[in-house]
Write a protein of this length. Structure first.
Length: 267
């Protein structure tokens, strides 16, 4: 059984360097990253406790946000990652329940790859692109931002976003114990080897009964995968009985950071 962190994560070194760079640029130009490219980095881990969307992965630590309800975050693998520097990055965009698209998807293997992706696509609204289309030319301010990121972290743009994304998901699918509908999956945490997916019956009158029955014999990873899928299929904050059941189960299992997230939906 992997160790489960119960307290907040520290700011990863790359984020520390980003904050220093932003302070330098602000001193030089009077502008912050949000002014330059519409992207803000979250430098305060405690902000994560107030970030509340019922469809956001409960093991996501906020990393960036924009003015259009688009966020990026670190996936902590349910609080088993030692350092956020090594955590996968997801793009999260709140969607209405019932949409065919999923609201969270992995876009980078770690924060440095995220920055490489950013200097490649040079557009915060194209972080989830799967092709190699070129974008319109950037303004001088935008070019300044991307160039400073490239120089400070000694990064080079990806030759092909498409190839990077394909390889990223191929590797991810091999590393997880069980895949989820959004492709994030759940990595191995316990010593259990048999895992199964929860299939939601659209015609069911009582989802809670189905989930309880599934949890009776499911592996730890299967339970966590079930929660990932439920977050994108039903609105947890409107199903208080189901939410309270999940909070109780996660508390028993020791996932206190995730319990904090789930508990915000009960208010």
């Amino acid at each position: 059984m992997k160790s489960i962190r119960t307290g907040n994560y520290e700011l990863p070194q790359t984020m520390v360097m980003l904050r220093e760079l932003e302070e330098e640029i602000e001193a030089e130009t009077g502008k912050v990253f949000a002014d330059l490219v519409g992207l803000s980095f979250s430098y305060f881990p405690e902000e994560n406790n107030y970030f509340s969307y019922a469809s956001a992965p409960i093991d996501m630590v906020l990393m960036t946000f924009t003015s259009v309800d688009s966020y990026c975050g670190f996936i902590t693998e349910f609080s088993t990652i030692d350092d956020l520097e090594n955590a996968p990055i997801v793009l999260f965009e709140p969607l209405r329940i019932g949409d065919t698209e999923y609201s969270a998807k992995i876009i980078a293997n770690n924060i440095r790859d995220f920055l490489r992706l950013l200097i490649t696509v040079k557009n915060i609204f194209s972080l989830d692109q799967e092709d190699d289309e070129k974008h319109e030319e950037q303004t001088a301010e935008e070019e300044f931002f991307y160039k400073r990121i490239e120089e400070r972290f000694d990064l080079k743009p990806f030759e092909s976003v498409q190839q990077y994304k394909q390889k990223l998901m191929q590797i991810r699918s091999r590393k997880v114990a069980i895949i989820t509908k959004n492709g994030i999956g759940v990595k191995g945490i316990s010593n259990e080897n048999s895992h199964g997916a929860f299939e939601l019956n659209d015609k069911s009158d009582n989802i809670l009964i189905e989930v309880k029955r599934f949890f009776e014999s499911a592996s730890l990873e299967s339970k966590l995968a079930c929660i990932r899928d439920l977050q994108e299929q039903v609105s947890l904050e409107h199903g208080l009985d189901l939410l309270n059941f999940l909070i109780d189960e996660m508390t028993k299992l020791g996932f206190m950071n995730e319990v904090k997230k789930l508990s915000t939906f009960t208010v």
